[in-house]
Design a protein around this ligand. Sequence first.
Ligand code: AMP
Length: 148
Amino acid sequence: MNQDIPMLHTPIKDLIIASTKVAHVQLGNSLEHALLVLMKSGYSAIPVLDHQYRLHGTISTNQIINKTLGLERFEFEQMSVHTVDEVMDTKIPRLKDTDRFMKALELCINHPFVCIEDDQQIFAGIVTRKSILALAYRHFRNLPHTSA
Ligand code: AMP
């Protein structure tokens, strides 16, 4: 039945935002640096890579702010003491560009973006929920109208 729906044959490659265009931080970066990158990029979460461009996790504004939560105030000075390695989320979904579109569709239910890596675990880019929704919209818009 899936064979009848062309959208489901979309190569993941066609949906990728290339790594060169993805804001990221590196292992060892301070939380202060990470928050700066997040705020300047306008994204709420971004990938964490090592010097070889291997993917280790993602870090969000929420995780950084939570780390600075003291008993009575935000201890913002903690941001230069701690590093992204301590607070990043390492249990993230991953895709390869050879994976099936259905896998990307399923992962994007619970994740606004999913990271793509190659066979050597080198980060290749991301697929966003937005690009998948846009594709689905184009697909449904072009379907012939049927009377209900
Ligand atoms: P969007 O669907 O464009 O709103 O993106 C969803 C999420 O994907 C954003 O909140 C970011 O966490 C991530 N994202 C999208 N584009 C980029 C990018 N160029 N660099 C870093 N993260 C991105």
